[in-house]
Design a protein around this ligand. Structure first.
Ligand SMILES: *Cc1c(COP(=O)(O)O)cnc(C)c1O
Length: 341
């Protein structure tokens, strides 16, 4: 099987497992796990924030951020195709009592004029807009890298209106490698940032939220409320640290593989499909020109040993990662092209 469903399917390598076995550990609820503390310090530094907090998942990191930036009854502006709106089981309404206001972006980011239209005035009968969320890279915009200038424009507008900005940076590593813009520079355009170690970086679990000391003190308490206070998790922090040290630069390979995949598909089956632009490791394939459904093509591909996901009625998504080699990606593209012709 060539598994291109997601970069979350990656398995911890032998070297990563060895780092986990060797990790020094302690009780992290008491703040005494040296490996977790080291990871948090190093990550705060890398992301240019005062403090950072390890979390079991990216969803929890995002939800803690939303809880810390809002009051019940507030409104949070999100992109229409964002992870927070679509894949976090309406958690903001359950955990924070806020409503989400989706705004359709272009390649994953909205313009300031669109924000100006939706941010509420201070009328007592309207919700208060307290937070804007940005996603970089943007998953369902096909791994699009959000330009630094676009993030800066959102932040400048938010500051002017006294609104906080949260960056869902689950794949900020991919944005860094693809654009050369340091995470610190992206993160300067947000009050908090969540990052994932378990996507393209290949750790078995773990995310992290970073922000100011004041926000992170509240975040630590909120993590406990959500049941995310864990004990000897230096073993997970060691995997995360290994991932950051060894698996960021190699994301370039994933990006190159994704471009190769899209190129082969376009060359051999361009009449039946259209690939969205490829910035990083995600390829969105619009098969509408073929008249076939994503569900049908997905199951035929699975029969031939290639796994992708249906991301819409006529849209398929393929993701390259650590556990698929260049020749497997080529093979998968060739099989895909054959299925379409
Ligand atoms: C994966 C992901 C998350 C976190 O999801 P988990 O299921 O908790 O790993 C958040 N945002 C984006 C954009 C993601 O791709």
């Amino acid at each position: 099987m060539i598994d291109l469903r997601s970069d979350t399917v990656t398995r911890p390598s032998k070297a990563m497992r060895e780092a986990m076995v060797a990790a020094d550990v302690g009780d992290d609820v008491l703040g005494e796990d040296p490996t977790v503390n080291h990871l948090q310090e190093k990550m705060a530094e890398l992301l240019g924030k005062e403090d950072a907090l390890f979390t079991p998942s990216g969803v929890m990191a995002n939800q803690i951020a939303i809880r810390c930036h809002t009051e019940p009854g507030d409104e949070v502006v999100v992109e229409r195709h964002s992870h927070i709106l679509n894949y976090e089981t309406a958690a903001p309404s359950l955990i924070s009592g806020v409503q989400l206001l989706p705004v359709e972006g272009k390649r994953g980011i909205f313009e300031v004029d669109q924000l100006r239209d939706v941010v509420r005035s201070s009328e007592y009968y309207m919700p208060r807009t307290s937070l804007i969320c940005v996603e970089n890279t943007h998953n369902m915009a096909g791994g699009a890298v959000i330009p630094l200038e676009a993030m800066a424009a959102v932040k400048a507008f938010a500051d002017e209106r006294r609104i906080r900005v949260h960056l869902d940076g689950a794949r900020i590593w991919n944005a860094w490698v693809a654009s050369g813009v340091h995470p610190r520079d992206y993160c300067r355009q947000a009050d908090t940032v969540s990052v994932c170690f378990s996507k393209g970086l290949g750790a078995p679990a773990g995310s992290l939220l970073a922000g100011s000391r004041t926000i992170m003190a509240k975040a630590r308490k909120t993590r406990k409320v959500l049941g995310g206070g864990m004990r000897q998790i230096g073993i997970l922090a060691a995997a995360a640290f290994y991932a950051v040290e060894h698996n960021i630069e190699r994301l370039n390979d994933d990006h190159e593989h994704a471009r190769t995949f899209a190129r082969i598909l376009s060359e051999r089956a361009g009449h039946a499909l259209r690939c969205e632009p490829v910035d990083t490791n995600i390829v969105l394939i619009d098969i509408a020109p073929s008249g076939r459904t994503a569900a049908d093509v997905r199951s035929r591909l699975a029969d031939q040993g290639v796994l992708v996901i249906a991301a819409g009625t006529h849209m398929l998504r393929a993701v390259t990662h650590l556990d698929v080699a260049r020749d497997e990606v080529r093979t998968a593209a060739e099989i895909f092209a054959k299925v379409m012709t």
